[in-house]
Design a protein around this ligand. Structure first.
Ligand code: URA
Length: 237
């Protein structure tokens, strides 16, 4: 790969800016100051150092975010801020996108990546990737609801859902529940409760496939996936 392309991909600016970097003797390849932006480097074999720090070339980025309410799960939006606006410019440079959508008011686990293949594997209806949600529900959630969700419920547009596993954590004027579903229709959790005459007042995704939301992440914070987390996600493909 050309040196200027590599450095530009890694967030060191436009090709023009990379040229200036080389001019100012900021870039070394295998211990020698690089002069020619068009030189070819082998990302596996050559050592590339910028301002004294080695650059490890990566093509893909994999992030876990605790999505805050009020942000849209998209790369851009005409009216609202998106989850991409919460990322550091160095991470934005990789052009990540959210894997699936959480509603504007939904919180919790959101994977952001530029790996289209992994995204497809996680979202494909054929893969049956389980998603676990925590929710607060207006009113009393009952054993009858558990039974209905287990069988599948009919949404207002006539769609009959796949079985969902509903666990009641507390039940009263407001109930707290966990629900695992294998599909990801638009507003699915809210619409499933609507189908049994109830309203979701708070929704947070806790798990997606093998990945669990890191409880140390405050709302709006994110971190890269660990190699163990990434491997587990990919093994499920
Ligand atoms: N189901 C919903 O209703 N909303 C979400 O954001 C995710 C699942």
């Amino acid at each position: 790969m050309r040196l200027d392309k590599l450095l530009s991909n890694m967030g060191f600016g436009s090709r023009k800016e990379v040229k200036l970097l080389l001019k100012s003797k900021a870039v070394e390849v295998n211990g020698v100051f690089a002069k020619d932006v068009s030189m070819h480097v082998d990302t596996n074999a050559d050592q590339i150092v910028v301002y004294g720090e080695e650059v490890i070339y990566t093509e893909f980025i994999y992030l876990m975010m605790n999505k805050p309410p009020g942000f849209i799960s998209a790369t851009e939006d005409k009216h609202d801020e998106t989850v991409i606006d919460l990322l550091d410019p160095l991470d934005q440079h990789f052009k990540p996108f959210p894997v699936g959508r959480l509603d504007k008011d939904t919180e919790g686990l959101l994977i952001l990546t530029n790996d289209g293949h992994l995204s497809h594997q996680l979202l494909s209806p054929k893969k049956h990737v389980p998603k676990l949600y925590f929710a607060k529900i207006e009113g009393r959630v009952t054993e009858e609801d558990i039974r209905k969700f287990k069988e599948g419920v009919t949404l207002e547009d006539g769609y009959f859902t796949k079985p969902g596993t509903l666990t009641i954590l507390s039940s009263g004027e407001e109930s707290e529940i966990e629900l695992t579903i294998m599909e990801g229709k638009f507003h699915q959790v809210k619409r499933m409760f609507q189908a049994v005459g109830k309203r979701v007042t708070y929704l947070k995704r806790m798990k997606m496939g093998t990945l669990t939301l890191d409880e140390h992440l405050a709302l709006g914070e994110y971190r890269p996936l660990t190699s163990t987390e990434l491997l587990a996600l990919k093994q499920k493909e």
